[in-house]
Design a protein around this ligand. Structure first.
Ligand code: GLN
Length: 190
């Protein structure tokens, strides 16, 4: 069985856990560096990327996760988790933490505030079984992707919303809220 860690400092950890349970993963909530031992794949949840970043720095998890990502562990970041995987964050805090796992620039809250949250159906390349229900909540807008980044889904306006580079996959929306496990299964090799 694959052991999957969820970064559990803040954010919608329980929703990811439900999806991973449904895929038969052995789920570990990651709160300190030692929790990463033996983990085969990692989820960075939605929440507040600034808060998650500060808590990672104070627990030493930032360095431990950076090392795991550099070692090639499959990782899925959703919403705030997407921001944590980006190489460039626009409208972030000056000390905003991100791992540069995917060569892309993201703008925090780029679709607008909470009232501008929305849902839509999206075709995701490589997923069978029809479109994915995508829930966007104060989501980041991907403003630039590098040449090595594969864009697996876009909005009807052409904005990338699922991006993959090497072992890292990032989603602007929250697949964990729609009860659809396909993106997790693809991104984490489950
Ligand atoms: N707006 C949040 C941030 O910048 C992300 C929102 C979310 O994860 N739903 O971190």
């Amino acid at each position: 069985m694959r052991r999957v860690g969820i970064l559990a400092l803040q954010g919608d950890v329980g929703e990811h856990r439900s999806v991973l349970d449904s895929l038969g993963a052995d789920v570990v909530e990651v709160r300190r560096a030692g929790d990463l031992d033996g983990v085969d794949a990692l989820v960075l949840p939605g929440g507040e990327s600034t808060t998650i970043g500060l808590l990672m720095a104070s627990s030493g998890l930032d360095e431990a996760i950076a090392k795991a990502l550099a070692g090639g562990i499959p990782v899925l970041g959703t919403c705030a988790g997407m921001i944590l995987l980006a190489s460039e964050v626009v409208d972030g805090r000056h000390d905003q933490k991100s791992f540069s796992a995917i060569d892309m620039a993201v703008r925090r809250n780029g679709y607008g505030r909470q009232v501008a949250s929305f849902e839509t159906d999206l075709a995701v390349a490589g997923l069978e079984g029809g479109p994915v229900r995508a829930v966007f909540i104060r989501a980041p807008v991907v403003e630039r992707v590098g040449p090595g980044v594969e864009v697996l889904a876009r909005t009807s306006d052409g904005i990338p919303v699922v991006c993959r580079e090497a072992n890292a996959t990032a989603c602007s929306f929250h697949p964990e809220l729609a009860g659809d496990a396909r993106i997790h299964a693809m991104a984490l090799d489950l």
